[in-house]
Design a protein around this ligand. Structure first.
Ligand code: ADP
Length: 694
């Protein structure tokens, strides 16, 4: 410790002051002369002093002499203030720059020292260096700022992730494109509160984008965005072409510069930042996501980073929805096709339960789909109503679909079911197992058709052949018999003019005519079946044709009385119309022959023609008999091929073809044929044909 020579010192105090980490100096007033200072103080001073003032040379000298004025002045003001106020004065945390990169920080206090009279005679100045604290504090603040910065970055990242995750989640569970669009828009709106959001999906076949969900400005017009062609002036079409996000920092500026129209709704509503993200998924353009913000959008903004990430999941979701829709449509198309198939289609799931049956299947089985879906074979109404063709019951485990479920492939299995209305139905079924990609059977499909009619035609055809051969053989055998009689008679020297010979000759003629008619019918049948029946229309007098048929029938019909009735005209009138003569004769002959066949000897057969001038477009024929008649339930079938009524006496010959030919011929003349009949009382067959001169 250095003391002014006039100042008395105490050893202990001196030592204490020298050891103190604080610099202490005493300045006399009003001279501002440094009168005492400890080592610490002098060392501090030395930093600022010129060499010749260093190491205590300042003691006894006024502050103005040795301290640079920039430092001295504030201190002198402080001295004055402390002296005047009689209160200590503190300068905290002031700093001095020592060199370019060294700054020293101080805390300094000025303490007034009073004499006995209370006058301030000197100032005690204490200096403590706080550079370390200050730098530590600064470092701490810096660390704090960095941590804060990192915290903000992390918080932003966390939020960004949260948004991306929420968007991804919002699109996860929806495959319906509209719901999907609404979810996306709602989620983005909640996080970004933009002015507008538009989600478009691509329609590549139309080169256009279609709006699927939107958040519009109040007066926005969705229509103008609902369908945007790839070549339109909108930014979204540009974004698609460039494959990358299109960002406009401020639409308002662009509108002012005339780059975009001012009247665009988003511009008019004050939209600024704009981003359009083309949504690509696996090189497939799915659509665009466009957002307009009320604030400008910097290229490196968090919104852009987040939205770019979100776009990936939105594109994926749109792709899934698109594929799902395609698959659904394909399924629907297939369903429609299957529904319309004339064959019944039935699906069994892996558990053997019916999962689907098409309309034809329902129609064939006469049990509604609702009643069948979910049933297993053994629970099905047909479990106890199915039979093999030999009438042995078919066990449910033997049903074709059930067998297919166990891996069998069933071809053309025929069986019979008895339907709820008690009608029998013969089914032909094919069935195959359905397998998943790894080959495991996960269902079976059975395709079945109703072959009842086919079967009965088959049966009728078989019967027909046996009947036909019998029918053909009968007249031949008869003719052979008559010929043998003639041969025998001539060998005996008899003339052909004897009554026996003449009867034999008549027999031959009658049977050969019968044979001819049979063969004609068969020929006609075959022409119809091969679509070779042609109609040759010419003008004929119907009255004459009828008279001709009547006369020739009278010649061969000996057991019955034939009568002819003209209704609305006279026998000598003529009714000239276009008709195929041969077919007309065949129609009439077939009806008369049936009347002869199916009515007892001695009964009357009436042939009639009705023509009414008031209804000149048609004329009507009829053939009426007093025969066995036809049961009402047979009537709908007698005009079908090979059908013969079940109550027939089998000795009455016939092929079951005559009426079928009548109906075909009449239809080909644009006419109609029907019958009125009562069993045991007789039948009347009517034929109505158009009257025409051409
Ligand atoms: P068929 O050779 O058996 O006579 P059709 O086709 O001419 O064949 O007639 C079909 C069936 O219609 C006959 O088998 C018979 O049962 C019934 N039928 C036809 N005409 C008459 C009739 N005039 N009276 C009663 N039954 C008839």
């Amino acid at each position: 410790m250095y003391w002014d020579t006039q100042v008395t010192s105490y050893d202990i105090a001196e030592q204490m002051l020298d050891q103190m980490p604080v610099g202490i100096g005493i300045f006399a007033l009003p001279s501002n002369e440094l009168i005492a200072a400890n080592n610490q103080f002098l060392a501090i001073l030395d930093v600022y002093l010129e060499r010749h003032w260093q190491q205590g040379k300042t003691i006894g000298h006024s502050l103005n002499e040795w301290l640079p004025s920039s430092l001295a002045e504030p201190l002198l003001v402080g001295f004055k203030q402390a002296a005047q106020q009689g209160k200590s004065l503190e300068f905290y945390n002031y700093h001095t720059t020592i060199s370019e990169n060294q700054v020293v920080y101080w805390n300094c206090s000025l303490e007034p020292i009073f004499d006995d009279t209370g006058r301030v005679t000197s100032i005690l100045m204490s200096n403590s260096q706080i550079t370390k604290q200050i730098t530590t504090q600064a470092q701490l603040a810096e660390h704090h700022a960095i941590a804060n910065q990192q915290y903000i970055v992390r918080a932003n990242q966390r939020r960004q992730l949260e948004i991306i995750e929420t968007v991804a989640r919002s699109v996860q569970n929806s495959l319906d494109i509209e719901t999907l669009g609404d979810n996306i828009v709602q989620t983005l709106d909640a996080y970004f509160t933009p002015l507008s959001i538009h989600l478009h999906r691509a329609l590549p076949e139309k080169n256009a984008l279609q709006l699927i969900a939107a958040l519009q400005p109040q007066d926005g017009n969705a229509d103008s965005f609902s369908y945007v062609h790839y070549d339109s002036f909108y930014y979204l079409s540009t974004a698609y072409k460039h494959h990358q996000a299109l960002i406009r920092e401020n639409l308002q500026t662009e509108a002012q510069q005339g780059i975009i129209p001012k009247h665009l709704p988003v511009v008019a509503a004050g939209g600024q930042g704009y981003i359009c993200l083309p949504l690509w998924f696996n090189n497939y353009f799915e659509g665009t996501l466009t957002l307009v913000f009320l604030q400008p959008l910097a290229h490196d903004s968090i919104e852009i980073q987040t939205l770019t990430q979100c776009a990936i999941s939105v594109a994926a979701a749109l792709a899934h929805a698109r594929l799902y829709t395609t698959v659904k449509q394909e399924q629907k198309r297939l369903r429609t096709i299957i529904d319309l198939l004339p064959e019944g289609v039935l699906l069994l799931d892996a558990d053997g339960r019916i999962s689907y049956i098409n309309e034809a299947g329902v129609e064939i089985g006469k049990i509604s789909a609702e009643e069948q879906i979910g049933l297993r074979a053994e629970e099905h109404p047909y479990a106890s109503k199915s039979f093999h063709l030999d009438n042995q019951p078919t066990a449910p485990h033997d049903f074709p679909a059930v067998r297919a479920l166990h891996g069998e492939i069933i071809h053309h299995q025929e069986g019979k079911i008895i339907r709820p209305d008690a009608s029998a139905c013969i089914l032909r079924t094919n069935a195959v197992p359905l397998r998943s990609e790894d080959g495991i059977i996960n269902g079976a499909v059975a395709i079945f058709s109703d072959i009842t009619q086919e079967k009965s035609i088959e049966q009728m055809r078989d019967e027909f052949f046996s009947i036909a051969s019998h029918e053909l053989r009968t007249p031949i055998t008869a003719m052979q018999g008559f010929a043998e009689i003639l041969q025998m008679l001539t060998q005996q020297g008899n003339h052909l003019s004897t009554p026996r010979s003449i009867r034999a000759l008549h027999g031959i003629i009658a049977h050969s005519q019968h044979l001819t008619r049979l063969l004609e019918d068969l020929l006609e049948l075959s022409r119809i079946e091969h679509d070779l029946l042609f109609i040759h229309l010419k003008l004929h007098d119907i009255v004459l044709l009828i008279l001709h048929v009547f006369e020739s029938q009278k010649l061969i019909t000996r057991q019955h009385t034939l009568t002819l009735v003209f209704d609305g005209l006279q026998a000598h009138d003529s009714l000239i119309t276009t008709i195929d003569e041969d077919h007309f004769v065949q129609i009439l002959n077939n009806l008369i022959n049936n009347a002869v066949k199916y009515s007892p000897s001695g009964s009357t057969i009436e042939i009639g023609l009705h023509y009414n001038k008031e209804m000149p477009n048609h004329y009507r024929l009829w053939v009426k008999d007093e025969g066995i008649g036809i049961d009402a339930k047979e009537i709908p079938h007698i005009f079908t091929r090979f059908h013969r009524a079940s109550n027939l006496d089998h000795s009455i010959s016939g092929l079951g073809v005559g009426l079928y030919l009548v109906r075909e011929l009449v239809h080909r003349h644009q006419g109609k044929v029907w019958v009125e009949s009562q069993p045991g009382k007789g039948s009347t067959f009517y034929v109505e044909l158009p009257f025409s001169h051409l």
